[in-house]
Structures are given as C-alpha cells and as structure tokens.
Design a protein around this ligand. Structure first.
Ligand SMILES: [Zn+2]
Length: 236
C-alpha cells in the first residue's frame, strides 16, 4: 500500500470530524463531508472515498490520487469533492490538509450567504479577518465541471480579496458548507472546529445585539499576532 502513513492519518482525521461534532453523530452514516492530506512532494493526495460511512473507514479505503486527480491506488472511488481539494492544493502552496463539512452553524452562515465577522477574541485567536463567503456558482459552472469550478471559486475569492489563506484558513461555500485547511491535518481539524465555534458564538451574539460591530482592529491584531507569526509569544 503506497503512502501508508498518510492514508492512516487521513482515515483518522475523517473519523475525527465525526467525533468533533462537525458531521453530527447521528449523521455519520450520511457520509457528508471529507478530509484530505497531501504528501510532502505535493504530487499525491489521500482523500476519503465517495459515499463510505465514517465508522467503517479503513486506511485501504482512503484513495490516493495524483495532483491532476488520476487515481493511483485504492479500490474505492475518491470523494466527488476531490477536484475542490486539488484546486486548493495547486494554488495554496502551504496548505497540506483540507476539511470539508456541513457543520450546523457555519453551514447556516453559508446557506444565508453571511460572512462570519470577527466579533470576539476567540475568532481573532485563529483567523486574521472575517471568514469569506464564496458566492454561489452560475448555472453553467454548476452543470459542467461543478467541483473543479467550486475549487476555482474558492481560490478566486481569496485572490480577489487579497486574503492570505494561511491567515484566514477557512471559507464558506454559499448554500453549502465549510472548507477549512492547515499546514497539517491536526491544524486543519483545529481550524474547522474553531470556525464552527465562532459561527455558533456569532449566531448567539447577533441574536443578542444585531447591530454589534466587529472588534477593533488593534484588539484583533493583538490576539492574532500573539499566537501567529514572528512575534508570537503565546504557548510554551
Ligand atoms: Zn459538501
């Protein structure tokens, strides 16, 4: 079996999104969502197979494709969302792992087409700016090469708005769900959990005060920069 370690880690990360509540325990059998990881050479991607329930996943089920999407090993078909993952890997060079899920709160913001503004320091600890919404695709882009076009729309949203994908490692697909990523599988999982947490907190906050403004930029900077970058001083 090629890429044994990566396939094991990707299998475990896929099971983790259920345990972390990003899929919904009772929905684990629905197979929504997927996690992938890219190998160090950036030429192969290991990803969840299409339509296989999380509890029964084994490393052998995890499919390895090359960066063009050609299957290299695995008896299963790769996730239908594979072209989205590949587009992200091809364009965001430091991203090594990607999580896609339909978690309740972030997907509700996605469905409503509402970006997640930074209303508190929890958000600022993980994301250096609001979580953008990738607009719904036009009809012709849905009808042909849908998933590749979704990936292109994610990349375009970040480039057009000058967002660094490592500083804001997540987005919302309008009418759909969340994508989060990182330099490792655990970082991508952590960012997906943080995203769902801030989405839930924003939902509650906006219910208490719909006119609340994003936190001041100096407070946002302080919280983000003490954990990230050259001047970080948080942690051991
Ligand atoms: Zn989806």
């Amino acid at each position: 079996m090629i890429l044994k370690e990566l396939r094991f880690d990707v299998m475990r990360a896929n099971k983790e999104i259920v345990r972390l509540g990003l899929v919904g325990r009772e929905e684990a059998s629905l197979t929504l969502g997927n996690v992938s990881g890219i190998d160090k050479s950036r030429s192969c991607v290991a990803i969840k197979p299409s339509g296989v329930p999380y509890p029964s996943l084994t490393p052998q089920d995890v499919v390895v494709v090359n960066i063009q999407g050609y299957p290299l090993e695995g008896a299963r078909k790769p996730s239908v969302d594979t072209p989205i993952h590949l587009e992200i890997y091809r364009n965001f060079k430091d991203v090594c792992a990607i999580v896609h899920a339909h978690a309740n709160y972030s997907s509700s913001f996605a469905q409503a087409g509402v970006p997640i503004d930074c209303l508190g320091t929890t958000h600022a600890d993980y994301f250096y700016g609001p979580i953008p919404v990738v607009p719904v695709l036009k009809k012709e882009l849905v009808e042909k090469d849908y998933e590749a076009n979704l990936g292109k729309a994610i990349v375009e949203t970040f480039k057009k708005n000058n967002i660094n994908p490592l500083e804001v490692p997540a987005c919302l697909l309008q009418h759909h769900g969340l994508f989060a990523w990182g330099r490792t599988l655990s970082e991508a999982l952590r960012n997906a959990v943080a995203l769902e947490k801030v989405a839930e907190m924003n939902f509650i906050t906006l219910g208490l005060n719909s006119k609340i403004k994003p936190i001041p930029s100096y407070l946002h900077d302080k919280h983000y920069l003490r954990k990230h970058g050259g001047k970080a001083y948080y942690g051991q």
